[in-house]
Design a protein. Structure first.
Length: 277
């Protein structure tokens, strides 16, 4: 039987409940797991700026595969382990190609969360209203996103494109595929399209984190709920799906637990690692 040494957790729809909070039972279970010597990590599309509301209250989560694998960060030592940003030319090409559908543009760097100033107060229009409060607190509003990319050479790690409808997202995806740009695309939320440099994925982030910890991917447990978790679950020793996961994620998983509103993560801690109260 494999002795798993890492628990890598997606955030939205997995670690966080429907209110974007960590349930007390889940937090207590993770604290016990870390005390037992198992590394606990975020495996998320969020950047460090978007984790700032959570990290201080979850000190037992010491690591993060952030920005969909484009950044691996050691929170305990405040150290960047690995980063894979866009070349500025490619970031500008993505922004140009995707303008037709007029999505809300949200850019993540290793330190910042940057959003289009005009759209920022209207996130509900892009099916992202639940994040409005957080974005108001942590986002830097920018009037000209291409100008920001040019002024911050090599800083852009991911471009999130929030759409007014799922159909609009499909059209944006088609535009990007037709342009033949060297990018990685992933769906998140209801109408969000995540754009990363080719080769960036949660799988790469998980692999880099395992290397940093001196363990193998076979010793990692990855938990997720959405299509952007696919690659991490494909490479982890034990892929786990939340009860609220999409059907394709459940097919990938070797274990399905309770949903994110009913402490599915606490179930993983107890059933997989044998750590109970």
């Amino acid at each position: 039987m494999t002795a798993y040494k890492l628990l890598a957790l997606d955030m939205d729809g997995t670690l966080l409940d429907s209110r974007k909070q960590v349930l007390p039972k889940t937090a207590a279970a993770l604290e016990r797991l870390a005390a037992a010597g198992v590394a606990v990590a975020f495996s998320t599309g969020r950047g460090p700026a978007e984790l700032s509301d959570y990290v201080p209250n979850l000190p037992f989560i010491k690591y993060g595969s952030c920005i969909s694998g484009g950044l691996v960060y050691d929170f305990s030592n405040q150290r960047t382990v690995f980063a894979h940003p866009f070349e500025t030319k490619l970031a500008l090409e993505v922004m140009a190609v995707t303008r037709q559908e007029a999505p809300m543009v949200h850019v993540l760097t290793t330190t910042q969360s940057v959003a289009a100033a005009e759209a920022l107060p209207h996130m509900a229009d892009f099916h992202m209203g639940i994040y409005q409060g957080m974005f108001d607190r942590i986002c830097t509003p920018v009037d000209d996103m291409p100008a920001f990319a040019r002024a911050n050479e090599g800083a852009v790690c991911k471009i999130n494109l929030y759409h007014r409808s799922a159909e609009s997202r499909e059209r944006t995806r088609a535009h990007l595929e037709e342009a033949g740009l060297a990018v990685q695309l992933a769906y998140a939320e209801e109408t969000s399209l995540e754009v990363s440099p080719a080769g960036v994925s949660k799988a790469e982030g998980l692999s880099r984190l395992c290397d940093y910890l001196g363990i193998t991917l076979a010793e990692a447990v990855a938990v997720g709920d959405a299509p952007n978790d696919t690659q991490a679950l494909q490479v982890a020793g034990l892929p786990v799906a939340m009860g609220n996961a999409t059907s394709d994620i459940k097919v990938l998983a070797k274990m399905v637990v309770a949903d994110n509103d009913h402490d599915g993560i606490a179930e993983v801690v107890a059933e997989v690692f044998g750590v109970t109260a």
